[in-house]
Design a protein around this ligand. Sequence first.
Ligand code: KG4
Ligand code: ZN
Length: 330
Amino acid sequence: MILSIESSCDDSSIAITKIETLELIYHKKISQEIDHSVYGGVVPELAARLHAEALPKILEECKTYFKELKAVAVTNAPGLSVTLQEGVMMAKALAISLGIPIIAVNHLKGHIYSCFIEKATQFPMTVLLVSGGHTQIIEANSLDDMKIIGQTSDDSFGESFDKVAKMLHLGYPGGPIVQKYGQNGNDTAYDFPIPLRQSPNIEFSFSGLKNAVRVAILEEEKNGTLSDEIKSNICASFEKTAVAHIMMKLKKYFKLYPPKRFAIVGGASANIRLRGECESLCKTYDCEMILAPLQYCSDNAAMIGRIAIEQYCKNEFTLYSNLDIQTRIH
Ligand code: KG4
Ligand code: ZN
């Protein structure tokens, strides 16, 4: 069995996965969303302190499996340095005390393997990774052969939802809240410009759209506090534009390189409008669409355990003395 740890942002999670059968024996996640909600975003120092409380509590429940562990896997990049450090320190302590090797896992690759929890891998596939930190189109051919085709030059898709929610004082994380408000709104109430519409490149940008939303909010605030109707209309119009931007670029990609298999992964892959529009696109191109179960879209240790099995089979171990965190994007 492999014990895996995830602490790259605001979710403390540990999983235990059977190497031969891929079976997920144990999985627990303690989310810090409520703690960060008042700040409208993740406060790194607070997140680290909460990981230091939560991870040992979860680990306590795994003690009965310790004898059977062949390795400990941990996310070491990318993420918030102070929170990654919490998981990495726990992994080092476990590896030293149990005499087992460490597997260092890239969080973004982990998200791709969220599609294969308790399942065989399916490669090649094109992946849309949409999370709080990243927006990328990736051609994934195997564990070690993944190529970024396009990515955002500023904010990520999920982050833009977080920022809109913050500007409207709706709480954190913004994705589910903005989606919910938007469901009651009129998505044609505001005509926000679709980013990079004229650009032929497969790339993303959300800062201009965020700014357009900010200007609209300031304009509305001149007439007093915003009503729920106005908030809903802003959320609906923003979401429509953000998804239209992604779809415009995806359509360009599909036209140039029609894939046989397409997956959406990352926390923001829970977005209903995005899922629906990707489904239609895949139908048009007779392309198989792969989605991770909803509980594995956001950060979790099950996906880290799943990719760790592949790394274990390839002897991709890291000496605990060499294991460091990397906070760069990729
Ligand atoms: O993958 P994840 O759990 O953490 C990172 O690795 O960043 O993704 C979290 C992000 C947050 O920005 C959150 O607002 C966004 O995913 N998100 C959504 C939705 N649910 C979560 N964004 C849009 N629509 C959603 N339904
Ligand atoms: Zn993530």
